[in-house]
Design a protein. Structure first.
Length: 123
């Protein structure tokens, strides 16, 4: 079984991004990688405490957005606040779902299925 690493989405407002006329703003987000977090910790503006942590992280994990050729910090900064909030929530959801998944092997037939488990502290 392969791990799904990218996820399609549609922004609720989609303002500030180039799109085809009459179309909603859609894009693709990938899972966070350790190298993303390491790069952010070395980013001068993030270290200074300017509050750009999520903007920088989204600029690394959103790989497609509307008709934009390259998603960068400026692209994310131009988005509607509701769209940024949506992307942050989506990023948390997809990354936490992957953490909770584990392969489970059926004792009787031997087939392997992906299952989820509750983390400590969850009901």
């Amino acid at each position: 079984m392969t791990l799904r690493t990218s996820f399609r989405f549609t922004l609720p407002n989609g303002k500030g991004v180039k799109v085809e006329p009459g179309r909603k703003t859609s894009g693709v987000m990938r899972l966070i990688q350790v190298k993303d977090l390491v790069a952010i910790e070395k980013d001068a503006q993030v270290v200074q405490g300017t509050g750009l942590f999520y903007i920088v992280l989204l600029s690394k994990t959103v790989t497609e957005l509307g008709l934009e050729r390259m998603v960068n910090r400026n692209t994310i900064e131009q988005l509607n606040p509701a769209d940024v909030s949506f992307l942050i929530d989506l990023m948390h959801e997809i990354n936490h779902q992957v953490i909770k998944q584990t392969p489970l092997k059926c004792a009787s037939c031997g087939s392997i299925q992906m299952g989820t488990f509750a983390l400590l502290g969850e009901a």
